[in-house]
Design a protein around this ligand. Structure first.
Ligand SMILES: [Zn+2]
Length: 564
């Protein structure tokens, strides 16, 4: 990389000049460093985003290859030792006083830090990870010797009444765990080795630290969330078990994992409710998204114009948002059809979209992004939840008063079960993962079931000693990230509370409709979106909601108890 070798001597030269004018010089040297760094990285990042977009739009290999090559290029730039030494010296010298420059230094330092792992170790990690990934892609569990897909398994767990068949399907869903478990443990040890090289106790601590999170702060939030949900979850679980026991003609204490619809019990089983799909049949969903966001005074015309919304062969089947250039080219990819799922998904992705779009364009490139990934997830969740709101449905798709009452009666309860169940499942994931990185040699099979029993109140199957944990793909493929899904939910409730009390001037959190509420859009734009990453995520929350991240509004919204 010729361009890098050009960059470094300048940085080193500047380094030698430190002693003369410390504060002044350090800031200008950092500015120069950032400018030459971005000259390489900014165009590569844009090109990488476009390659990723094209890969998902077409499924063509050449775009996947292009994306991977650019990703590697950028990583190589950030792995430069001299560059990192320069950033480290500035960080430890504490001589950068300009607040925007300090934030850029933090972001850049973390980006470099993650890439300082020894090359041969890094290669071993990437190879192990891709071996596991291909196992997950190709492995099929078996029922009575016959291969089944994930869809087959989930259909059995949804509809099958015969308990023996359910049990076999559940066991099939876990067979991949046995296949990959030894490799996952090896991968964890390799990652820990890398973290130790860089001065951390283990990889979990390092992954969070380089993502501006402190593992002790995060676990404190989960401890607090546990306390708040203990009782209401036990009550909900008790009612659910009574319903399921009746359905299967057994005693509640005989219920096991395979009686719940989701193989990990991460989602609540379906409960009778209103058919929300009917409200969207025949509607123009794109138009609905456009009208809703226009009503918030967060127009999305430009986003929709750049986007890819219709189903097509070879195209990615799920949905995502991509801020291509941090300069206004924001896109969403979906395969819309006229039902509830795709409407809520459109609102979700456009939630990410408006966040990206309204980050202040005058901010420096490195901090012209969301304050943290879990915060853009919070906004997306907040918008998605609108699709379950009776008043929103009446304004946007004109449902009758009778339907509105029916939605009001059932939807909050369904949403509450969904959030409670997910919150307890996320406790298992977060605590298991943290403990696994602290000690990968412990009895992980036992640890997993101890946590499942304690947090999800699901009884351990008799005489089972299998690596059921390893069947969860996130542990291998998306390490040390799961807690962010839950933090996003907590932040969504906290931001909703701020909207309800500060903008709508109501006394306490309530699930209000955002339809035709430009003042809500204005609040989000000014308080959350515009500052981008110019503030640490917790400072942004303090600044916009009055307090740091707390589970208390999630509890007020879904636990049904007023706290404090
Ligand atoms: Zn999302």
């Amino acid at each position: 990389m010729r361009t890098i070798t050009l960059l470094i001597p300048t940085a080193l030269l500047a380094l030698l000049m430190t002693s003369c004018k410390p504060a002044q010089t350090d800031e200008s040297r950092l500015r120069d460093f950032i400018a030459s760094h971005l000259k390489q990285v900014e165009p590569k990042t844009t090109a990488m985003n476009i390659a990723e977009w094209n890969a998902n739009a077409t499924g063509e290999k050449k775009y996947y290859d292009e994306n991977a090559a650019l990703d590697l290029d950028i990583k190589r730039i950030r792995s430069n030792r001299a560059g990192f030494a320069f950033l480290k010296q500035l960080k430890e010298g504490n001589t950068i006083h300009d607040s925007l420059l300090r934030r850029q230094l933090t972001v850049l330092y973390n980006n470099y830090f993650k890439n300082q792992i020894d090359t041969s170790l890094l290669r071993a990690i990437v190879e192990k990870q891709s071996a596991i990934s291909s196992k997950f892609n190709t492995f099929r569990g078996k029922i009575d010797g016959k291969e089944v897909s994930d869809n087959d398994i989930s259909n059995v767990l949804k509809d099958e009444k015969n308990v023996e068949k359910r049990k076999k399907a559940w066991e099939a869903s876990k067979q991949v765990g046995k296949e990959v478990a030894p490799m996952v443990v090896e991968l964890v040890k390799l990652r820990n080795q890398a973290a130790k090289q860089l001065g951390f106790d283990n990889y979990y601590v390092m992954a969070l630290a380089t993502d501006e999170q402190d593992e002790n702060d995060i676990i404190r939030i989960f401890d607090n969330l546990k306390q708040l949900t203990d009782e209401p979850f036990a009550q909900m679980k008790h009612d659910l078990d009574a319903r399921l026991a009746k359905k299967f003609g057994i005693q509640p204490k005989q219920l096991r994992s395979w009686h719940y619809e989701d193989p990990f019990f991460q989602e609540a089983p379906q409960s009778p409710g209103v058919n929300l799909d009917a409200f969207f049949k025949g509607k123009n969903i794109e138009e609905l998204g456009r009208t809703f966001y226009a009503g918030l005074n967060l127009p999305v015309e430009d986003i929709l114009k750049n986007s890819d919304l219709t189903p097509r062969k070879g195209k990615y089947q799920h949905a995502f948002e991509n801020d291509i250039d941090r300069a206004g080219d924001v896109r969403v990819m979906l395969s819309i059809s006229d039902d509830h799922y795709w409407t809520s998904t459109l609102l979700h992705e456009l939630g990410h979209g408006v966040y990206s779009k309204y980050v202040d364009r005058n901010l420096p490139y490195l901090i012209r992004v969301e304050a943290h990934t879990f915060l853009t997830e919070a906004i997306a969740q907040l918008m998605e939840r609108q699709c379950y709101n009776p008043d929103w449905l009446q304004t946007m798709v004109n449902i009758t008063d009778k339907d509105k009452e029916a939605v009001r009666r059932t939807q909050h309860e369904n949403l509450r079960s969904k959030e409670l169940v997910f919150s307890r499942w996320s406790q298992v994931m977060v605590r298991f993962e943290r403990s696994m990185y602290q000690n990968p040699d412990q009895d992980l099979n036992k640890l997993w079931w101890d946590l499942v029993q304690e947090y999800q109140l699901v009884t351990r199957p008799e005489n089972r000693n299998e690596p059921d944990w390893a069947a969860k793909i996130h542990l291998a493929q998306y390490p040390c990230y799961y807690h962010n899904y839950m933090l996003g939910e907590l932040a969504a409730s906290q931001i909703l509370n701020a909207i309800v009390t500060k903008v709508e001037k109501q006394p306490a959190i309530a699930e209000i409709s955002f339809a035709q509420k430009p003042a809500i859009g204005e609040f989000l734009k000014k308080q959350i979106f515009m500052p981008g990453a110019s503030l640490h995520w917790n400072d942004l929350l303090k600044h916009s909601t009055g307090e740091g991240l707390t589970p208390k509004y999630f509890a007020e919204e879904f636990v049904g108890k007023r706290i404090g």
